[in-house]
Structures are given as structure tokens and as C-alpha cells.
Design a protein around this ligand. Sequence first.
Ligand code: ADP
Length: 654
Amino acid sequence: MFASVLIANRGEIAIRIARTAKRLGIRTIAVYSEADAKALHVRVCDEAHCIGPAPARESYLCVENILAVARARGAACIHPGYGFLSENADFAQACADAGIVFIGPSADSIRAMGLKDRAKALMVKAGVPVVPGYLGERQDAALLKQKAYELGYPVLIKAVAGGGGKGMRRVDLHAEFDAALEGAQREAKSSFGDGRVLIEKYVATPRHIEVQIFGDRFGNVIHLNERDCSLQRRHQKVIEESPAPGMSRELRAIMGEAAAEAARAVNYVGAGTVEFIADGSQGLHAGAFWFMEMNTRLQVEHPVTEAVTGLDLVEWQFRVASGEALPLRQEEIPLNGHAVEARLYAEDPEHGFLPSTGTLRAFDIQGDVRVDAGVEHGSVVSPYYDAMIAKLIAHAPTRAGALDKLADALEHTIVAGPKTNAAFLAALARAPEFSAGKFDTGFIGRNLAALGAVPREPDAAAAASGVVYLLQQQRAVIAANAAGEEAEPASPWDAGDGFQLSGVRVVEYPVIADDKHIMAKVTFGPQGMAVEIAGQPAADARVVDAGDGTVLVIHGGRQTAVRFAGADGAAGDAASGGGEIRAPMHGKVLAVLVDKGDSVRKGQRLAIIEAMKMEHALLAPFDGRVADISAVAGSQIAEKAMVMVVEAQEPVVS
Ligand code: ADP
């Protein structure tokens, strides 16, 4: 076995590879970009070396810098993970030339499968079924359009150098072909520097079924069952599972053998995945699946295969790369129960799945699931790399059991700061049609609204939890301020017992939840305080204090930012000399939240005035210091009367 490995990757996959390496006694060498100096993968490895600035081109994709570290540190092998350099034939070759083992197939195998047209042509020769289409060299628009017409619509235009769904366009009508072709070519050119395309028949009710294969240096190739990755958004996988719903033992053997044949055709060594597209309209059956492409690396979704086989695929990669034969024969590969994986992204499904960056103020995933995470509490999700922060993998004797475990873990996933797709994934895992096995690659696109991936009203129950927290926090501040002073009996804040005598009191608070103004109804009664928003009581949710008067409430995997709204007109600005804080209306001063001489920050709550059973917070208009306080808690105050004066001061840089 190798003495050391350089892991040429970051995030969850770097950490996952390091875990197995450590178990096998292999010294782990991490590399990182300047943006990742504090990243988790840097700390879990035995040593770590900076390989350049944040942009991947200058660090994780920089062959020379990575090889320089490998040489200097005497790395016996390099594991590329997935993405980045994992399918870069030149990198594999450069490793070999430097006398360092590349954990993956040979440069030739990578090249053979690297371009979709060449790979498909090879598969035709090897007798593997491929999707009907045009794979030719000629690329003039008129010819491509003619070929599409002959195939019959709908067709799919694909970049021959494609990956990640880029440079791909579905065309339903002949009249739309030209525009689609232009779009596909433009995207292919800019993403891969290669504008060539191929044309394929678009398979109806498409199911993405892929087969995990493994080859060794002795010519053995076996498969480790299939994965179903049909739940996709824009041709990118979202949830993956093994086995595929509706897969028979016979069809598994047929597809597995086709996949192994594909691998043999390129003398494949190591872990690889052969992707098929199946026509699911009549259920899965022989004669209705076709080769799409082969990925010559470890896949993101490999853990579902590990769950149902009980094998460690990274261990197998190390063994095969070090010259050992495959540890098991085909008939010895287990298939136990059912496993499902969900990809947790820092993104906002309610707003077009835009990536969401920032510091993770909480990161806590519980439940009976395997968690492969690339981050922890305090990590920063940067805009430089893929926004996937973790994978959750559930395993159970049945598919229903695995989906239930997964949904449960997602619903209780606590990630604060960047938004995540946890609630969306949970909705998917609970979607009745998906649970019933009735789905294809268009399922997500057709059901965005039902899955909550559209702009939505704020989560009222979560907002109510946030208000409970904010009120308790405010009460604590007031209690601290009032310590030593005589309590104001008229104030509801420090007169808990008084409430019992006077009965129930209901007060409304204007609140901002996810930038929307809503009203919280707060009942102070003998049992304490109860908050209701839009008729909903506070949820059992995790509240994370963001520190600027805002709390982040995580409920059912969804994050809601909650803060009190300030009273209109109370906040002036320094330029207009607005340091005088005056009452916006006639009412009662419920609380004064600061002391004379206190430093305050812009937006900080200074005092609360109650009028017409509504509370209004008066906010600091700028960073400053409280110069004078005229209002007295518990007393009545007239409209426009002075509450306090705040003097502007330069913000203290902390
Ligand atoms: P990429 O390499 O860009 O990921 P793939 O060829 O792997 O592209 O295809 C990605 C996805 O596009 C597949 O998982 C499937 O959902 C869809 N797809 C690809 N080819 C077809 C086809 N011929 N018919 C229907 N859907 C397809």
C-alpha cells in the first residue's frame, strides 16, 4: 500500500478520501487555495500546502503547482477526487511521467472516454447500445438541422466535450433548431473551448441509470450495481439512490455486463461509472437503455453504492492503483437494502437556486444518516467553488424506510447563514409520486411550486419563534439595565407578577421576516408570553443570533431572517442633524433600552413606545453615543416629544 497520498481536491470529497487513507495508514497531504486556508480539509490532513490564489485555474487546476508539492513532499500517489483535474488526461500523464501514481485510469482511457462522440463511436464498436443520433465530424448548421429532422423531434444537442449539462439543448420543433444550436455551440465554446456538438434522439420519460464499475490491472472488470440519478435539475443530479426503483435482477445483470463491456473496451483500471439513459415509459426493461457517457473517476454519489454493498470504494481505488487485484468477484458483490443520497447546497431554491455564500453560523446535521461534509460551524462558503456543502446518505432495508430517514434528517438539518436547499430536498424525499417510483428526469422541473422552489411567503411559525427569542433577549437587556434601580411597575417587562393580577394583555409588534413586513401578536398572560404570526404559534425551531438585531430561524430545513421593524420616521440621519430621537406618536414609553453615555450602533433599538396596542421601536439613526435621555419608562409621552439625543461618532472598528 502507498505510504502517502496527495489529495488534489477540496471540500467533502477531500475529507472523505482522507478518512479512508488514514484508516489504511496512508499519510495525507492536502493542498489548498488562499481562499481555503482555514478550510476543513486543510485541518483533517496530516499536512497542507498552499497552491495558489482563490480562482481554481490558479490553484486546484494548476498542474505544475500540484506536482511541485507532490514532488517536494514525496507523495507516492495523487487522488484527484471528482471535478477539477479528475478527468484531465494530461494531468494523469504528467503524474505518470513524474513517477507518481495517479489514482484513476490511464491517460489513454480518460482520453478515449473524454469526448462524447468518440466514446459513443467506441461503444457502437463494442456492441454497447447507444442513443440513436449524429456523431459526425461535419458541423455546418444546415447539415446538423437535416440530421435532427431525420432523427425526429424531440432531439438533444450536446457538446461533444460537454459535462455538467453545459452546452446541452433540447429541441422540440424544427423551427427552433437554429436558435438552440447557436446557444449550445456558444456555451460549449465558452465552457470547454470546443464548440462541436452531436445530436441525439431525446429519450421519452428519461431515467438516468448508471452502473458503478471497477477494473484492475489484471484485466478484471466487474460492476457494483446501479444507481438511479433521475432526480435532476437542469441536467444536474440532486438525489441519487441504489438500487434503481423497478430494476429486476435480470436487467441489472444485462446493464452491468454492458457497462463492464464499455470499460473493457478502453482497458479500464480503477473506479468508473457508465451512464445510461433509459426510456421509463414502459418501466425499465432490456432494449430500452442506451449508453450516454462514461465518467472516468469516483462519482459524487458513490456513497449510495457503498451503503448497499458495504464496501469502501476509495479503499478499492487505493488497492487497485497499488497493483492489487479486485478484492471481490462479480458474484460476491452484495446488494443490501436501499440507499438514498441528497446533495446539500448553499443556495436559495426560492430564488432560482442562486448560490448563497457567507459564514456558517450554525452547521448541525443529525439523524440516522451518513454525513459527508466539507464544512463545519464557522466555515465560510466562498463564491469561488461549487456550492455543495455536504451529502446526506440514508440506508434502510426498504426504499420507503431510506426516504423517510433522509427526509427526517433534512427536516432537522440546521444550517444558518447561507441559505440551503435542505427544505427543498426534504420535500423531494417526501414527494408522493417520487416515493411511488413514478418519476423521470423532468420531475423536479414540473413540480417546482409543489416542492417550494418558488418565491414564498415567510415562514410565519419560524418568524414567531424568532420574535419569542428577540423579546426574551430584550427583556434580559432591560432587566440588566434596571438592576439596582427601582422597577417600573407599569412596564410589562419587569412586572411578571403584575400580569397575573391584571390578566391577559395583547400587544402587536411590527416585524420584518425575510424583508417582508408582518405583524406579530404577543399575548402576555399568567403563563408567560405567547407569540402568534398569521395565526400560527411559534414553531419548535433553532434560533441563531446573527448579532445585529437579526435572528436566523431554521425550521424544517428552511431559514427565515427575523428582526423587529423600527417605527417609521424615528430614524433620522446624521446629515440632517437627526440625532434627536422623538416619539413618532402619542403613547407610553414601555422601555428605555440604553443608558446615558452608551455607545450605540446604527439600527440598534433605543426605546420602545406603545400606542394603540402596538409597539414601536426607536432605532439609532447612526453609530453614536447616547448624550441625553429625557423619556422615563412607564410614563406617557406626547407625539414628537424628545426621547433621547444621540451624538454621531466614528464607528469603532473592532
Ligand atoms: P453531461 O456530461 O453534460 O452531464 P450527459 O450526457 O451525462 O451530459 O447528460 C446529462 C443528463 O441529460 C442526463 O442525466 C439526462 O437527464 C439528460 N439526457 C442526456 N441525454 C439524453 C437523451 N438522449 N434523452 C433524454 N435525456 C437525456
